[in-house]
Design a binder for this molecule. Structure first.
Ligand code: NDP
Length: 305
């Protein structure tokens, strides 16, 4: 039975991860589930999946978490110290899905105990990519990308020689304002920015998709993860979000990773790696899709790029 922990279990990535784990409960022993402030969701999942420990980031919420877990046998913890103690508990596979730089420290702890870290938290790669890779190498840990673009690149590179890679193309949906006239952008409201055309995701990534700041983070993540020269990394706007990334080789071949926008593909790939197993995701009907389109990622519209 594999020992698994999910950091950021109450968020969008965390809930998709628990959906996959919950479909096959006899294969997993859930060690730690962590959340920020959503005690009700955290406690419900911890009890349902019989986690060893549930940790909430906000220390003031410890009494609420204790009350919600009373009689369940699940330990309750709160605050940074409890989060790091949970990250130190031996696990084979850990999902890093806390939002923001708060995900860095627990992710490093998991790598230091030799776990495979499925990395949704791109912010830790952006702020400390080399440290993450060094710690993984030093302690026998392993980093696997969960961002859909990076999972796509990782998959396109399986069995390939990095010396034959000429370029990597990361696609971008263009976010909420891709079709807005430039002179109307200053009228945009937070509510409009928080609506993504293709993906259902947390607030940080949705808002940062509207400005493409998220894509800027992903370009840095690509460089850090795959050790590429920045000049080899391109981005192209692809409104349908069906191709997640492409890798171009020195013989002119472009290997694309294609699939409907559902994060359970990238999460499931990382969960089962190095095997591929059946996943409950929609199978793409190319004829129904009809066409895929591409546009320049305009740096006037999206200066973050
Ligand atoms: P959400 O906002 O949906 O979830 C964030 C999670 O982090 C929640 O569990 C939240 O707890 C917890 N959290 C928030 N602040 C803290 C803190 N200070 N300390 C500890 N835990 C905290 O985000 P997403 O799931 O969308 O994104 C998670 C990560 O995955 C991000 O790094 C994002 O960039 C990345 N990602 C997300 C994708 C997606 O499809 N959603 C795609 C690719 C990458 P609570 O809700 O209980 O307060």
């Amino acid at each position: 039975m594999r020992r698994v922990s999910v950091f950021g279990a109450t968020g969008s990535i965390g809930q998709n991860t628990l959906d996959l784990i919950g479909r096959d409960p006899s294969s997993y022993r859930v060690v730690a589930l962590t959340g920020g402030r959503n005690v009700a969701q955290l406690a419900a999942d911890a009890v349902r999946l019989r986690a060893e420990v549930a940790v909430v980031a906000d220390e003031a919420l410890l009494p609420d978490l204790r009350a919600a877990l009373a009689g369940s046998g699940v330990e309750a913890g709160a605050g940074r110290h409890a989060l790091l103690e949970a990250a130190d508990r031996p696990a084979d596979w850990v999902m890093s899905a806390i939002v923001g730089a708060a995900g860095l420290e627990p992710g490093l702890r998991a790598l230091r105990q030799g776990a495979t870290l499925a990395l949704a938290n791109k912010e830790s790669m952006v702020c400390a990519g080399r440290l993450m890779l060094r710690e993984a190498a030093a302690h026998g840990g392993r980093l696997l990308p969960v961002d859909s673009e990076h999972s796509a690149v990782f998959q396109a590179l399986i069995g390939e020689d990095m010396a034959a890679v000429e370029r990597v193309i990361i696609t971008a949906s263009g976010g909420a304002f891709r079709d807005w006239p430039l002179d109307r952008l200053d009228e945009a409201t937070p509510e409009q920015a928080a609506t993504h055309p293709n993906w259902a995701m947390g607030q940080r990534i949705t808002i940062d998709s509207a400005s493409m700041f998220n894509k800027a983070l992903e370009l840095i993540e690509t460089r850090e993860f795959f050790g590429l020269d920045p000049a080899m990394i391109e981005t192209v706007v692809h409104p349908e979000s069906m191709i997640h990334a492409l890798v171009g080789f020195n013989d002119g071949a472009l290997m694309a990773h294609v699939g409907p926008p559902d994060m359970r593909h990238a999460i499931g790939f990382a969960l089962h790696w190095p095997e591929r197993r059946s996943l409950p995701v929609e199978r793409l009907d190319l004829v129904k899709l009809g066409q895929m389109t591409f546009r320049t990622a305009c740096e006037t519209r999206w200066p973050a790029l």
